[in-house]
Design a protein around this ligand. Structure first.
Ligand SMILES: C[S@@+](CC[C@H](N)C(=O)[O-])C[C@H]1O[C@@H](n2cnc3c(N)ncnc32)[C@H](O)[C@@H]1O
Length: 254
């Protein structure tokens, strides 16, 4: 499945994902991010990829100057339509393939949130992180928030699939198939409800936390800390419960 993501992030994705990630949750996440990174009014934030701007907009409302970057025309159009009263000097969007360098640099922080890498070969992930590393100033930080292989394996040990009812009544089912040798999961999404029914396939290369840190280090970033999700709680993998999502913060060296 090559470059599946070019068509995956369309109107159906937007309708489903907006119900999974309601704006209240996104605003809470943006506030958590602000506090985790000790951001300040006027700081320059790169949200890459930004999807439909669910975090770019609240970050700009909190006082950052934000550039949201994504490849999906549909999601960027939704982001721009929902900018509200945030002026263009504070919040801009750019359509760009993050595997290639950005035309703008000197950001204080670059964020890659909600499992936004692992969509192709390892080399493509390295290219994406190299783009983020070069976009921040020396001493600037890159934050990556993601699911990971340890979480996937402990979740799969409990259930082979997951189903939920979305706010509009749609039944949504994911039946992932994991290839532990390739380290790649095939995501199989099915849904049916008032907005119609359909299915989608995606492929996600799921790294361990160790591998994620190595990837970041391989492009010139120095590991700073790992947290449980978007919180200030240090990441640990103890106990019988699934370890939770991972956030890694790394800093540009030179
Ligand atoms: C799971 S979504 C997350 C978006 C956003 N970070 C959020 O939290 O909602 C992943 C996004 O990555 C974008 N994407 C995937 N590959 C990309 C690439 N090579 N360049 C730019 N955007 C890409 C997709 O269009 C999609 O919007």
């Amino acid at each position: 499945m090559n470059d599946w993501w070019r068509s995956f992030f369309d109107g159906d994705y937007l309708r489903i994902a907006k119900q999974v990630f309601r704006q209240e949750n996104s605003t809470e996440q943006a506030t958590a991010l602000w506090s985790m990174l000790d951001l300040w009014p006027g700081c320059r934030v790169l949200d890459a990829p930004c999807g439909w701007g669910r975090l770019s907009r609240p970050l700009a409302q909190l006082g950052a100057t934000v550039l949201g970057v994504d490849q999906s025309e549909t999601l960027l159009a939704a982001a721009d339509a929902e900018r509200g009263d945030v002026p263009a000097e504070r919040l801009r969007y750019l359509r760009h393939d993050l595997r290639t360098p950005l035309p703008e640099t000197d950001f204080d922080v670059a964020c890659n949130i909600f499992t936004s890498f692992g969509y192709g070969m390892e080399e493509e992930d390295r290219d994406l992180f190299r783009t983020l590393c070069r976009a921040v100033r020396v001493g600037g930080r890159v934050l990556v928030e993601t699911s990971h292989r340890d979480l996937l394996c402990s979740s799969l040990a409990r259930a082979r699939s997951s189903a939920m009812r979305l706010a509009d009544g749609t039944i949504f089912l994911d039946e992932p198939e994991f290839d532990p040798i390739a380290g790649v999961v095939a995501l199989n999404w099915y849904w049916s409800g008032p907005g119609g029914s359909g299915e989608k396939r995606a492929s996600w290369r799921c790294y361990t936390p160790t591998e994620i840190v190595r990837l970041l280090e391989s492009v010139g970033l120095r590991f700073v800390a790992a947290y449980k999700g978007l919180s200030k709680v240090a990441y640990t993998a103890e106990g019988t419960e699934p370890p939770g999502r991972l956030t890694v913060v790394a800093v540009r060296q030179e």
